[in-house]
Write a protein that binds this ligand. Structure first.
Ligand SMILES: C[S@@+](CC[C@H](N)C(=O)[O-])C[C@H]1O[C@@H](n2cnc3c(N)ncnc32)[C@H](O)[C@@H]1O
Length: 443
């Protein structure tokens, strides 16, 4: 595809994503389905350009005040140039089959006037930029983040502008991480163990996994290291009755089912039948037969009531703002709002309340989110503890130690000794932002 055509397509995709009517990943996949002729490299450039614009929206909009032509095209030019330069750097600035390196490719896509404008933008020094153009976060998020991480705010903001690494979880049912790692290496995929999750492998780059044998036979699943830790914290054992209350497409369900060694009963509940449908092919690959997906109408559904007091372990991976996943879903910072977060906190408290009724004496309850806001995390956990003296909080650091997570206390905060909750941050732990609180129901 000619560079000019590729930039035109990027501008179109950026325009669609910037309406914020749908999640950016859906907009991108819809665009690819509409334009099936696009090759893998073109798709990568289109998606990354769009994500870069969403990540750096405030900076790019500031720069796009100058220049001419449609605004989305100017935003796309900034994203396109950044992405091609990054790709060029990674590949050692080698030339493509048409003898172009990234700079010549960019030049071929732009008009002389656009090139002059891009050059002027490139020459702006970071210290000349406004604060909002450097952190690229909506104002309502800045204060709560500064209040939590203090001097680390700029490191956090920078980490959330990077793409997340590709993490895999090895299916412990039939495979071992060290062996899968060797197998991947033979297939040309370099991976190293993740620092905290004993089942995790972090892959170099973004290789396509659909043709990899380890993927097709269910030995690996794509899952952020933080998400792996949440599932491991449930520590579900052989023969137990377990509920994954907000199972979605089952990322954590699969990990829990494997930790139960494919025995016992694992209910995967969700209000979205559509999301549970996406669990089915993953379940088939995983070899698990102990998982029972069930769509529920709401958290007080009859199905839930019937299991009251019968369950050994319950995971509540609550619907949340998703603001811990900005590395993957940068559009969320523009699609969420304080009002939406407030509504979510009501839902989160209600789901935790209902799901807690399932837990039997001596059983474990975990509340988790992929949010970095205290109102969706500590505030929900603390209100629950205050209202339920029959649930005793467990130190997340102790739970992590029991499941052999190395240096687990480095991942914790809150409580008198700073070890009460799991609190993962992208800038500190290279995972998405996650929270987890654990309780045991007193006998
Ligand atoms: C964070 S996502 C779950 C992700 C999933 N656990 C995973 O690891 O892939 C939250 C899920 O909660 C579900 N949900 C929302 N309201 C719910 C409710 N009242 N009861 C059960 N699930 C609910 C949503 O449909 C969504 O799939």
């Amino acid at each position: 595809m000619h560079p000019k055509q590729l930039l035109d397509a990027c501008a179109e995709l950026v325009k669609r994503a910037m309406t914020f009517e749908h999640a950016a990943d859906s907009v991108v996949s819809y665009f690819f389905r509409e334009n099936r002729y696009l090759g893998p490299r073109e798709r990568a450039t289109l998606a990354e350009t769009t994500y870069t614009v969403l990540r750096k929206k405030l900076l790019f909009e500031g720069l796009a005040h100058s220049g001419s032509g449609p605004r989305e095209r100017r935003l796309a030019i900034l994203g396109f140039a950044a992405v091609l330069r990054e790709q060029g750097k990674k590949q050692g600035n080698v030339k493509n089959k048409d003898g172009q390196d990234s700079e010549t490719f960019i030049k071929a896509a732009l008009t002389p006037q656009e090139l002059k404008w891009l050059d002027a933008c490139d020459n702006i020094k970071p210290e000349e930029l406004m604060e909002s153009h450097r952190h690229n976060l909506p104002e309502w998020l800045v204060e709560p983040l500064k209040a939590q991480v203090g001097d680390e705010f700029w490191a956090l903001a920078a980490s959330m502008e990077k793409a997340a690494p590709l993490d895999l979880r090895v299916n412990a049912l039939n495979d071992k991480p060290a062996e899968v790692r060797k197998e991947l290496e033979k297939a040309g995929i370099k991976a190293k163990p993740t620092p905290f999750s004993p089942l995790g492998l972090r892959v170099d780059g973004k290789p396509a996994l659909a043709k990899v044998d380890a993927f097709n036979r269910g030995a690996i699943e794509v899952q952020d290291e933080g998400s792996q830790l949440l599932a491991l914290m449930l520590d579900a054992k052989r023969g137990e009755m377990v509920v994954d209350f907000c199972a979605g497409a089952g990322g954590k369900t699969l990990a829990i089912g494997a930790s139960m060694r494919n025995t016992g009963r694992l209910y995967a509940f969700d209000v979205s039948g559509h999301r549970l449908d996406a669990l089915k092919p993953r379940l088939a690959r995983s070899g698990l037969s102990n998982v029972h997906p069930a769509a529920i109408a709401h958290e007080r559904d009859e199905r839930v009531k019937r299991l009251a007091g019968k369950i050994d372990r319950v995971l509540v991976d609550a619907p949340c703002s998703g603001l811990g996943t900005l590395r993957r879903n940068p559009d969320l910072k523009w699609r969420q709002s304080p009002k939406a977060v407030e509504e979510l906190t009501v839902k989160q408290a209600a789901i935790l309340e209902s799901s807690a009724r399932l837990v039997k004496a001596g059983g474990r309850l975990i509340y988790a989110t992929c949010s970095i806001l205290p109102q969706e995390n500590e505030a929900i956990a603390e209100a629950f503890s205050a209202a339920h003296p029959e649930f005793e909080p467990l130190n997340a650091a102790d739970v992590l130690e029991q499941i052999k997570v190395v240096d687990g206390e480095k991942l914790c905060s809150g409580g008198e000794d700073g070890k009460l909750y799991l609190r993962l941050w992208p800038h500190q732990h290279e995972t998405d932002g996650f929270f987890a609180a654990a309780w045991v129901k007193k006998a």
